[in-house]
Design a protein around this ligand. Structure first.
Ligand code: TXA
Ligand code: MG
Length: 541
């Protein structure tokens, strides 16, 4: 088939794409999530062409795209109030809402189901094409079935040239993973596929949302899939993909070892892993930037194919926010293969002053985990060994340690006299702190602990996050934190506030922690900790 290459910036080209679609042809179109392969959703013949072009199983339903709210009602039996509230909040955007379908939707489009998923995409070119076609468009992701979805025009061409009547260039897709799919066709709202609209965003409108087991786990043999697309191997490049669940340092150790054994090994890694990696690698964003990971994921999987990768070790993404969608796609690309180095789990425990970290630390200790007080460690004699004292004397004067015993007050008065001197102090002491910490961690491992908690207010500043498999951040309401700090440290309200202003805010921690723990009252705290304890303990098996 001869495929027309069209430009989404040309109104004439959009018109032409619309004409082809209204005549029953299939056209590749950009959306804000991924490229779609579109056809008239109400025309069974046209829809069949999509399944043929993709090599898609016929029981896997298609999403129907609209460009005006008024196009929705004719496609479904009725629009419940909850559905309307979702639409008002998130449309146009990366959300697909499943409801009972009307007769206008043929069985070809719904994959034989009585329901239909509808989405109002935000991409201006997608909207213009739907308007030009004059009909809602069924459009699955425009990949060959089982392969990563295309997020760039060149990937779309590579997969679909010769298989569609036209391909419309709209540049790179912003979100990078497919839409969130939520079903309102059952008794309770159910998340079938995570995507650009996050679970907590959905819950802010719907209240509690059930998460379909297929979002996080492999379907049991013989189980019926709520979302048929979830039962197939998916999103996979040609290379074998394995997910590695480990801290940046341990992840890199693991991949470096594997790369020595086999050619064509690549790390699909985070920025933070790079300093530790010694093999071919491709970063798909910062460990703490789930939106960047989503944006780059499919592009990176495609790129690994082009690089000729044979074994890909992908670093486990955090499951917060849109990260849940990244995780959901990656475990499918990996065929659910997850590896963990046989090491104790290292958990970072951090958060702003007065949040009650030590209360949480105590509870973790009671659960049988080792908790290392990193702040306390910085003052321990293990840090100030002979080498350290000698270096300090050279910098700040012999008399700061008469007879080898440190005069902390004198050292502080000299070292804190200027920012430059303070830097020097930190540069001298820091490596000794790290060495003391390594020693302490080794002792803890020798004592048989399977989980080690690094209790560290400045976890990120000290770079300790690179050693952590999971990060927990404790927060509490501002007023409560103020009261705690004023009482504990004997500060005035103004002094305590000044201290808070100089620290990271809650958002900083939210963006980085795997789990946020709100320490407001004791019983709620226990309830919040239980599932986290379980998740992390499971890693040790
Ligand atoms: O972002 C997106 O949603 C992209 C762009 C092109 O809009 N489209 C897309 O479509 O990802 P597709 O066909 O690749 O994925 C649709 C997913 C499949 O897993 C399918 O099984 C599920 O949604 N789905 C569609 N209709 C459904 C229904 N009525 N009931 C349950 N699952 C449904
Ligand atoms: Mg797809």
């Amino acid at each position: 088939m001869n495929t027309l290459i069209l430009n989404g910036k040309e109104p004439e080209h959009i018109k032409l794409a619309g004409e082809l679609l209204s005549k029953g042809e299939i056209v590749g179109i950009p959306t804000e999530t991924v490229y779609g392969l579109a056809a008239d959703a109400t025309d069974p013949e046209a829809v069949r062409k999509i399944f043929a072009a993709k090599g898609r199983p016929a029981d896997n339903p298609l999403i129907v795209h609209i460009a005006a709210l008024s196009q929705w009602a004719p496609l479904v039996q009725k629009i419940p109030e909850q559905a309307m509230r979702l639409a008002e909040r998130f449309w146009p955007g990366p959300l697909t809402i499943i409801l009972e379908k009307s007769d206008l939707i043929p069985m070809e489009t719904s994959g034989g189901l009585s329901t239909v998923g509808v989405r109002f995409p935000a991409h201006p070119v997608a909207q213009a094409v739907i308007r030009a076609a004059g009909t809602p468009l069924a459009a699955p992701s425009a990949n060959r079935s089982g392969r990563p979805s295309p997020t760039t025009f060149s990937h779309l061409r590579a997969d679909m040239e010769g298989r569609a009547a036209a391909l419309l260039d709209g540049g790179d897709c912003g979100v990078g993973v497919e839409s969130t799919v939520v079903s309102l066709a059952g008794k309770r709202p159910r998340l079938l596929r995570p995507g650009g609209v996050t679970l907590s965003e959905l819950e802010s409108v719907l209240g509690e949302v059930d998460v379909d087991p297929a979002v996080l786990h492999r379907l049991q043999e013989g189980a019926v899939a709520s979302s048929p697309g979830m039962k197939y191997r998916h999103y996979a490049p040609r290379a074998e993909v394995v997910l590695v669940d480990a801290s940046p340092q341990e992840y890199a150790n693991y991949v470096n070892r594997e790369a020595e054994q086999s050619l064509g090994t690549y790390a699909l890694c985070f920025e933070e892993d790079k300093p530790y990696l010694q093999c071919g690698s491709l970063s798909f964003g910062s460990r703490y930037d789930s939106a960047a990971q989503a944006h780059l994921l499919f592009f990176s999987l495609d790129r690994l194919d082009q690089l000729g990768a044979r074994h890909v070790y992908a670093h486990m993404p955090a499951k917060r926010g849109i990260g849940l969608a990244v995780y959901n796609r990656l475990i499918r690309a990996a065929g659910f293969q997850i590896e963990r180095p046989e090491k104790p789990v290292v958990v970072g425990l951090t958060g702003p002053s007065g949040a009650g970290k030590s209360t949480v630390g105590k509870m973790l200790q009671e659960a049988g985990w080792a908790v290392i007080d990193c702040d306390g460690l910085t003052k321990s004699p293990a840090v100030y060994d002979r080498d350290c004292i000698h270096a300090l004397q050279t910098e700040f004067g012999e008399d700061i340690a008469p007879g080898g015993t440190l005069d902390r007050r004198l050292l502080a008065s000299r070292a804190l006299s200027s920012p430059g001197k303070k830097k020097r102090l930190e540069a001298i002491v820091f490596p000794h702190i790290m060495r003391a910490l390594q020693g302490k961690m080794r002792d803890t491992i020798d004592a048989g602990y399977k989980v080690i908690v690094l209790d560290a207010p400045t976890l990120f500043e000290a770079g300790l996050d690179d050693q952590c498999d999971r990060i927990l951040a404790v927060t509490a309401p501002w007023e409560q934190r103020l009261a705690r700090v004023m009482q504990r440290d004997g500060l005035t309200r103004r002094q305590a506030e000044a201290r808070f202003e100089a620290q990271h805010d809650e958002e900083f921690f939210r963006a980085r922690a795997d789990h946020m723990i709100r320490n407001e009252d004791q019983s709620a705290l226990k309830a919040a900790l239980d599932p986290i304890l379980k998740e992390i303990s499971d890693l040790t098996c």
